[in-house]
Design a protein around this ligand. Structure first.
Ligand code: C2E
Ligand code: MG
Ligand code: MG
Length: 486
């Protein structure tokens, strides 16, 4: 044992074989010191705080080991008297990694290693490009291009996020000025971190930035804030939005639906746009609950007179479904992935709106006819499942749904809601025999697979696909009739 400062001592112990022994030893030391001492007839008691670190788990040199034990000792002190604390190697490493990342990121900001990618936003009904979302990337000198998930979460509680945020706004405005000069007039959306928007002087800093861009119409700037950030301080965020609105700047609530607390909050937050979270869009066609949620958000947006946009559109059908549900605006890999600024103009010049969108562009859809849209996707899914079965990629095929054409999801719709609403339309009635046949083919395919005759099963698959297309065509005709009769 050596004295280590006025009232601090260091003890080096060897021959401890396991954690239990370490614990027993710390208890012994603390209780030894704590036992009373009598000096001149007076009873004295000392208290201790003990910090421990273990070599080789903590694989540091002697000096660092002492520093770690010292840090642990302060932790023990915080916890009260006569406590011991074991140095947390893992936490320390995390803290160290975070410190290093902060340093690197500060350099990155100064050295122009940060870049913005842009992802287009379109109006599917008009086929027009309406905007672009700026998404940050880090061109790391060793690790290559890093997405925000690799670094932003480590700085979101640090003031560096504010510096980065201000850089993003400047960079996006510079880009917008360039596009305007080139004749491209679209909205640019910038993500604002919670810590940044919650700053008391957020509006003042923003004003300061935009004075450097006097030629930019501020209506073209949109700020996206996370719904959860808005919830943290509704009054403040509402005030910020109002002040920005006076300048012409719009606000969108990002990842909408994930942090949603109450209806009154939506009343209090005057954001112009609700951006439906991508997690609800991914399974829109497969999961009824997600569909119900999206439908709810679109209704909510209409009720509160907000614009609604969906992110995460990866497939044409998702876009069509959204559009027909009343959400015309969209963004997603199915339209375009985020791209470097220099590719954007040529993307715009080559952009062709999806043909499927234009088919439905001049129709509106009554919500009571909505199950018809879903039935179409149920049918596609059923066929997909049979095909997966042939390839051995699914074995939990529901045999009742396979055998009985009234029991599959499409059948449920057909003999339920469908029959009630569309019995008088010939196209609807013509679907029934096709649907019965497709079930027979499906049944045959499964039987053939069970007998191990994959060759014949695959041959039957083409019949299945043919019939699927015929049913889809009929459904489309039916949909057209329904829309025309509205
Ligand atoms: P976000 O604002 O919700 O942005 C959408 C994210 O979803 C982007 O990821 C985009 O690439 C991705 N995405 C868009 N469409 C699809 C799709 O169809 N499928 C899939 N799988 N993903 C899609 P990214 O660029 O990795 O950004 C992630 C998040 O990081 C953003 O989510 C945003 O919250 C944050 N972020 C990005 N840039 C900035 C920034 O400049 N400042 C701040 N504070 N946050 C940013
Ligand atoms: Mg966003
Ligand atoms: Mg989002």
């Amino acid at each position: 044992m050596v004295a280590w400062g006025g009232d601090e001592f260091a003890i080096v112990l060897s021959d401890l074989n396991n954690f239990d022994e370490v614990e027993q030893m710390t208890h012994r030391i603390i209780s030894l010191v704590a036992s009373s001492i009598i000096i001149n007839g007076e009873n004295y008691r000392l208290t201790t705080s003990l910090g421990v670190t273990l070599f080789p788990f903590d694989d540091a040199d002697a000096e660092l080991l002492l520093r770690h034990a010292d840090q642990a000792m302060y932790k023990a002190k915080e916890n009260g008297k006569n406590q011991s604390h074991l140095f947390d190697v893992e936490k320390d490493q995390q803290a160290q990694t975070r410190r290093e990342l902060l340093q690197q990121l500060t350099i990155a900001l100064d050295d122009d290693q940060l870049v913005l990618f842009y992802q287009p936003k379109v109006n599917m009904r008009t086929g027009k490009i309406i905007g672009a979302e700026a998404l940050i990337r880090w061109q790391h000198p060793e690790q290559g291009l890093l997405g925000p998930g690799h670094f932003l979460p480590h700085v979101e509680y640090h003031d560096l996020i504010i510096d980065i945020g201000e850089w993003v706004i400047r960079e996006a405005l510079t880009q917008l000025a360039y596009w305007l000069k080139k004749g491209l007039r679209i909205t640019i959306s910038v993500n604002i971190a919670a810590r940044q928007i919650l700053q008391r002087d957020f509006v003042a800093s923003l004003k300061q930035i935009i004075t450097d861009y006097p030629d930019i119409p501020l209506e073209l700037l949109e700020l996206e804030i996370l719904e959860s950030a808005a919830l943290e301080n509704t009054d403040h965020v509402a005030r910020v939005i109002e002040q920005c609105r006076k300048m012409g700047i719009h606000f969108a609530l990002d990842d909408f639906g994930t942090g949603y607390a109450s209806l009154s909050y939506l009343r209090d937050i005057p954001a112009d746009v609700l951006k439906i979270d991508q997690s609800f869009i991914f399974n829109l066609l497969e999961k009824r609950k997600d569909l119900a949620l999206v439908e709810g958000i679109i209704g909510l947006a209409a009720a509160f007179q907000r614009t609604v946009i969906a992110e995460g559109i990866e497939k044409t059908e998702q876009g069509v479904l959204l559009m027909r549900l009343g959400c015309d605006l969209g963004q997603g890999f199915g339209i375009a992935k985020p791209m470097p600024a220099e590719n954007f103009l040529s993307w715009v010049n080559n952009f062709q709106p999806d043909k499927e969108w234009s088919i439905w562009a001049d129709t509106s859809w009554e919500i009571s006819d909505f199950p018809l849209l879903v039935a179409q996707h149920d049918h596609i899914n059923w066929v997909k499942n049979v095909l997966l079965y042939i390839e051995g990629k699914t074995n939990n095929f529901d045999h009742v749904r396979l055998m009985n054409h009234e029991e599959c999801r499409f059948g449920h719709w057909y003999y339920g809601h469908g029959l009630q609403r569309y019995e008088h339309i010939s196209e609807f009635m013509e679907i029934e025999p096709m649907h019965i046949s497709i079930h027979q083919i499906g049944h045959n395919i499964v039987q053939l697979c069970k007998q191990g005759d994959l060759h014949s099963a695959r041959e039957n698959a083409s019949k299945l696909l043919n019939l699927k297309d015929q049913i889809l065509e009929k459904l489309a005709e039916l949909q057209k009739k329904v829309v025309a009769s509205q």
